[in-house]
Design a binder for this molecule. Structure first.
Ligand SMILES: Nc1ncnc2c1ncn2[C@@H]1O[C@H](COP(=O)(O)OP(=O)(O)OP(=O)(O)O)[C@@H](O)[C@H]1O
Ligand SMILES: [Mg+2]
Length: 389
């Protein structure tokens, strides 16, 4: 597809109707770009913010025709969108990030292989399809480890901790069953001192930019809170950003993606995975940076230039899960007298345990103060605060 600049007033088609699609649609609207959401689900937080929505399975030929006739450019808001659909769409309209990049990101072995090729370091890993492979992996990659399905995992799902041979056997059996005999990845468990991520954007002209490195804290496998600037040495942050640029260039990224990384005690930065789209750990940019990750993504996907991000404020981002609101939403307005607090609500109707329903950004003078604010947000909502660091 030839490089063209989509004019203001063009339409961006978005595959997926979750909160990321919603925030993309809101950013697009501010810049005069219309959006059409395509999602099979009845409930679509993105549809509420978009100009139009198509509700149909991704393999519905009529829906595809309708979608294509209404959009000028196409993107997706989650990486488990069907690769064949993305490839078919790309024959008619530009799809960014490219279906090839989507293909890499859908498979943990492919993305780690690719990251290594691009010069990034990873934790040792091996592909495991048979009992013999498992034996070999235990010997060569070692223990402790994590077994993961190569496809479809998110929020820590499709993973088994392996600290001994029994757990390896059980994990292998369960995950192979869950993934219908698909290959698994056996990864050495990194004894990291911090988890960080870097959001990188690249335009069709080849300019690549990175956001300040974000420090991430997970709880039960789900991102709990993030803080910027990450409390890591400047050299570590520089290495993380450099890794982002290398991988974006190697993959020919157009659009925006995030790299999840482990920081080791000796300062090494190990690549974990990519998300070829705006990322939960980049939600702080909605208030703490210019342009936001969503605006940046839309710019790149429409064929516009990306902008060198500016850090506007130290920011902590607290994820709001449905667990906090099983009895209603009354607690939310009580956050508003806290300093520097901005609520982002996704408009999901059902408050389910473990479901991301919104987030709060806390702006402050530095990371420590922002974290104090984040802790207070959690307290007022009745949530638990884990000092991961
Ligand atoms: N090799 C590893 N060593 C140590 N910890 C790991 C390793 N792999 C994963 N983890 C931990 O488990 C978390 C989730 O793993 P990963 O990011 O691979 O899966 P995911 O299901 O895609 O998660 P998410 O959707 O939250 O990004 C990581 O953020 C990290 O805390
Ligand atoms: Mg992850």
């Amino acid at each position: 597809m030839a490089n063209t600049i989509a004019p203001v007033g063009s339409t961006l088609g978005i595959l997926g109707g979750g909160q990321l699609g919603r925030m993309m649609a809101l950013a697009a609207r501010e810049m005069g770009i219309h959006t059409v959401i395509w999602d099979p689900a009845a409930e679509s937080p993105a549809a509420e913010a978009a100009d139009a929505a198509i509700r149909a399975p991704y393999d519905d030929p009529g829906a595809m025709e309708q979608f294509l006739s209404r959009v000028d450019r196409i993107t997706y808001e989650f990486e488990n969108v069907d690769y064949d659909t993305a490839r078919t769409l790309s024959r008619s309209k530009p799809v960014h990030p490219s279906p090839d990049l989507l293909y890499v990101s859908q498979h943990r072995l492919r993305e780690k292989d690719r990251a290594r090729r691009a010069g990034l370091e990873t934790t040792p890993y091996a592909a495991v399809s048979t009992w013999e492979d498992l034996e070999l992996a235990m010997r060569e990659v070692g223990l402790p480890a994590i077994l993961k399905t190569v496809r479809g995992g998110y929020d820590g799902k499709g993973q088994a901790m392996v600290t001994n041979r029994d757990e390896a056997v059980t994990g292998f059996r369960e995950l192979q069953h869950a993934s219908h005999g698909d290959t698994l990845i056996y990864e050495s468990r990194a004894d990291f001192t911090a988890e960080v991520s870097v959001v990188v954007a690249r335009d069709e002209m080849g300019q690549t930019v990175t956001y300040p490195v974000t420090e991430n804290h997970h709880r039960h496998g789900i991102l709990d809170y993030s803080v910027v600037p990450a409390r890591v040495p400047a050299e570590v942050a520089r290495r993380a950003q450099q890794g982002g640029v290398q991988l974006a260039e190697d993959l020919g990224l157009v659009g925006l993606m995030a790299l999840e990384l482990f920081v080791m005690a000796d300062g090494r930065v190990l690549f974990n995975e990519i998300a070829p789209r705006p990322h939960n750990s980049g939600h702080w940019t909605l208030d703490g940076a210019w342009p936001t990750q969503f605006a940046q993504h839309v710019r790149a996907v429409m064929g516009w230039r990306v902008a060198e991000p500016r850090l506007l404020s130290a920011t902590a981002m607290v994820n709001l899960l449905g667990d906090l609101f099983l009895d209603g939403l009354e607690s939310l307005p009580h956050l508003m007298d806290l300093e520097g607090v901005q609520l982002h609500w996704y408009g999901k109707r059902e408050m389910r345990s473990g479901r991301k329903v919104g987030h709060v950004n806390v702006l402050a003078d530095d990371a420590a103060e922002a974290l104090q604010g984040a802790r207070e947000v959690k307290r007022r909502l009745g949530g638990r605060w884990d000092d991961g660091a």
